[in-house]
Design a protein around this ligand. Structure first.
Ligand SMILES: [Zn+2]
Length: 349
């Protein structure tokens, strides 16, 4: 039998392993979310946690499962997998890989997963039925491809990875990635505003909200920027690590946001204008219907408020997009003439 979501939270792991003719470690690594939860922890920490879980000291296993979910962690399954399971085994089971954070589709069948309907205000979800006995609803696809596929591959990789590196090494790697991408420096780290603004744009607020991971780009200690710092402990879940890694590896090169210091190389304002205009258009295109934001907020989200404010006249492309935005449904200060805006912004042919 392959991956199985742990339905045995209240049972003693060693007893269960014996009943399944497995070693405790085999059960832990092959049938629970343990390898995912510990994927970005160091080798010592992972070993200690494994011992705790096996001996069921404290509530290690419950904590473990909670740390492998984000938001409300609603159980998910794939209908095609159920059909396969029923024909092969006579019953279906919960799969780990469907129930990791940010997984929307089945990695085998490619179909959108089904999620159990959850009653409002019910905090914890106990899975007491087999997937075949459930009436799930198709999950909302909050992540576009290729981001969704990249995150899925990384997450499933975590289920299979046995080797461990120190958490600090991962953070060093993220900093190197950010450095290569050209995120502006500020003090001894990166400009938090620049990184955080780009991060929010990359994933979209709806996804971050649904996972309880949203933040303001002006928060200098927001969690994504903490993963780019060194020198002190950061207890970040695997899900947060994978979001940061995927963002740094796959987001576009950031737009410069800092004013260049005097004496430094002259900035190419025409290029910045072009990039910012493109970015603003992209932010507008991603705004959910019904959203109303100010021009300032729009530019902040696009990561170019400071540069635009100081160079408005030298940035005609961005200025044009901003003027067009003012007459859209999205602008707080809408002034009419709306039928043409989508066309003018290049959102429709
Ligand atoms: Zn499937």
């Amino acid at each position: 039998m392959s991956s199985q979501w742990p339905l045995f939270l209240s049972s003693h792991l060693a007893v269960l392993a014996k009943a399944m003719s497995l070693t405790s470690l085999g059960l832990l690594y092959d049938h629970t979310v343990f390898p995912y939860s510990t994927a970005r922890m160091g080798p010592f920490e992972t070993k200690r946690l494994a011992e705790n879980v096996i001996e069921l000291r404290g509530k290690s296993l419950t904590v473990l499962v909670q740390s492998a979910s984000v938001g409300r962690g609603i159980p998910r399954y794939c209908q095609a997998c159920i059909d396969d399971d029923l024909s092969h085994y006579g019953e279906s089971y919960w799969r780990r890989r469907h129930n990791l954070p940010f997984i929307q589709r089945c990695s085998i069948h490619g179909e959108l997963l089904l999620a159990l309907p959850v009653k409002k205000h019910s905090a914890a979800i106990a899975v007491t039925r087999l997937p075949e006995e459930c009436d799930g609803l198709v999950v909302k696809e909050l992540l576009p491809d290729p981001t969704a596929s990249v995150l899925m591959a990384l997450s499933i990789g975590c289920l299979e990875a046995m080797d461990r590196r120190e958490e600090l090494e991962w953070r060093q790697e993220y900093r190197q990635l950010a450095e290569r991408k050209g995120y502006p420096r500020q003090g001894c780290g990166f400009s938090s505003l620049s990184v955080l603004t780009a991060f929010r744009q990359f994933y979209g607020e709806e996804l971050l909200d649904s996972a309880g991971l949203n933040f303001l780009p002006t928060e200098t200690n927001a969690w994504p920027i903490m993963l780019l710092r060194s020198g002190y402990e950061v207890a970040a879940t695997t899900a947060r690590h994978l979001l940061v890694q995927t963002f740094l590896e796959h987001s576009d090169v950031p737009i410069p946001m800092q004013m260049t210091a005097p004496g430094r190389k002259r900035r190419d304002i025409a290029l910045e204008d072009k990039l910012l205009a493109r970015e603003v258009r992209r932010v507008i295109a991603k705004l959910p219907a019904g959203t109303r934001i100010s021009v300032t907020e729009l530019l902040v989200r696009a990561g170019g408020w400071a540069v635009f404010r100081h160079n408005r006249k030298a940035m005609p492309r961005t200025n044009q997009v901003v003027q067009d935005f003012r007459i859209t449904n999205f602008s707080e200060r809408q002034v009419g003439r709306r039928p043409y805006w989508r066309k003018r912004l290049g959102l429709e042919k």
